[in-house]
Design a protein around this ligand. Structure first.
Ligand SMILES: Nc1ncnc2c1ncn2[C@@H]1O[C@H](COP(=O)(O)OP(=O)(O)OP(=O)(O)O)[C@@H](O)[C@H]1O
Ligand SMILES: [Mg+2]
Length: 436
């Protein structure tokens, strides 16, 4: 198989002695998956007894897409008799002793640190559509690359394919590469569909017929177009949340999202003004235990119960009763604007507070103190889903309903909800601020 020029370029870095992280792509159809598979095939053949990871956000999708590309390519190369695929093990066993292990790299809340990859030892890895996994997944995979490296005389390599996305692939690869500030062990290669003569013409035509946003991203490889017009929080401002140490302090507050039936996580935040200075996550726990923890934090940080709010839907109501604190009812009526005392046009309280939160973040008013990368990732993922629902329709403003957000995230947005509730006090206690 003759490589495309961009693929050749990537292969150079896949083989050098300097580059350990290579990102390839930034549009559709540029031969990303094909190159990843070709690389793994060549590595498995050249280094007998080596072990490689082929990963994607969801194993199911990996098997339906990337793995098929692997089969196509090995058929084209006439080498299908050199390995056996075992679906149960999710592994490709080469007859020369090499292995490719297929992995699910989705961030599951129960395994935030990817401990499930902990015992894995690999020689290198290919992550397809790596913009769909979190940075931590990429880092953990890289940290597992050590299997027989010395024996083969190679260095660890993680190869990722991606489409333009305003997340870590942008901030760690695309943006630094544009500014010529990319770390020396990283490479970014922009591949476009027009680079690939093997694509059917009708495919290029259909890319051009997509909506403007998708066309810009997937055909032209335009990284600045990932902005979903419905997203309420600016991508860069979302990153800033964790470095805005200058945000104003002030009165103390506690906001808490209590585990609902069937869910097992409670998230509590302690605020000093707009500075979220402490986050506590509780596993499965009773109403009494949650209340106790909140009371303990309230005493320690000197937060009055009138400055403490707990989501009242589901079991949170019990906590509100025990503590005699404030209760937040998502679907209740929006509050009047604290300045004008006029009603605001929102579908419900939750939508109103999320719009207010988006404004506070876009105005660089808020700071989240968070040293733990995996929690930061969860927060960013959740706040990225703060979007206007039914934008094209007139009427009351609304954010994406919870069931859609849950489907997109694969979990409940517990951190985002906890953070959003902070805005309630801006509506509730405006009077204090105006005289203070
Ligand atoms: N060097 C090559 N020689 C021949 N065919 C190739 C080559 N590279 C890619 N192709 C073919 O081009 C098509 C698109 O490649 P591939 O699926 O790897 O693209 P992609 O960038 O992963 O696309 P997507 O954005 O859809 O994931 C496939 O049919 C693939 O087999
Ligand atoms: Mg692909």
């Amino acid at each position: 198989m003759q490589l495309l020029p961009k693929q050749e370029n990537a292969v150079y870095y896949l083989k050098d002695n300097v580059t350990t992280e290579i990102l390839y792509g930034g549009a559709a159809g540029g031969g990303k998956s094909a190159l990843g598979c070709l690389w793994l095939i060549e590595m498995c053949q050249n280094y007998q007894g080596s072990r490689w990871l082929m990963g994607r956000s969801k194993l199911k999708t990996l098997k339906e897409t990337t793995l098929n590309t692997f089969f196509d390519i090995s058929a084209k190369l006439g080498i299908t008799d050199q390995y056996t695929y075992n679906d149960k093990d999710s592994a490709i066993y080469w007859h020369n002793g090499s292995e490719i292990i297929l992995k699910d790299l989705f961030l599951y809340p129960a395994d935030k640190n990817f401990d499930s990859l902990g015992s894995l030892e690999i020689t290198g890895a290919f992550i397809d559509e790596c913009n769909q996994v979190v940075l931590k997944a990429w880092q953990v995979v890289k940290s597992r690359c050590r299997y027989k490296l010395d024996e083969f005389g190679v260095i660890p390599k993680v190869f990722g394919s991606c489409n333009p996305a305003k997340n870590w692939v942008y901030s760690q690869f695309y943006h630094p590469s544009r500014k010529k500030e990319l770390l020396p062990y990283r490479r970014f290669i922009q591949a476009l569909p027009t680079d690939n003569p093997h694509l059917p013409n009708v495919y290029l035509k259909s890319l051009l017929e997509m909506d403007e946003n998708s066309k810009q991203r997937l055909y032209y490889g335009n990284w600045e177009y990932d902005d979903d017009p419905a997203a309420l929080i600016d991508f860069r401002k979302l990153q800033d949340l964790f470095t805005n140490e200058f945000a104003y302090g002030g009165l103390m507050y506690i906001t808490a999202d209590i585990a609902r039936f069937g869910r097992d996580k409670t998230v509590i935040g302690v605020w000093c003004g707009f500075r979220l200075i402490k986050m506590v996550e509780l596993g499965k726990s009773s109403i009494t235990e949650c209340s106790q923890k909140i009371r303990e934090l309230a005493v320690k940080y000197e937060v009055p119960m009138s400055h403490t709010i707990v989501d009242e839907d589901g079991v949170g109501g019990g906590v509100v009763d025990i503590l005699n604190c404030e209760g937040f009812v998502n679907n209740s009526r929006p509050l009047d604007n604290p300045e004008t005392m006029e009603p605001e046009n929102y579908m419900n309280l939750k939508s109103q507070m999320y719009f207010a939160l988006a404004k506070a973040i876009n105005d660089s008013k808020m700071w989240i103190q968070c040293d733990e990368g995996s929690i930061k990732d969860l927060i960013i993922q959740e706040l990225e889903q703060v979007k206007q629902h039914n934008m094209d329709k007139d009427g009351k403003k609304q954010v994406l309903p919870k069931d859609i957000v849950k489907e997109l995230l694969g979990r409940s947005p517990d951190y985002a909800d906890m953070i959003m509730m902070r805005m309630w006090f801006e509506y509730r206690f405006k009077f204090e601020f105006s005289i203070g």
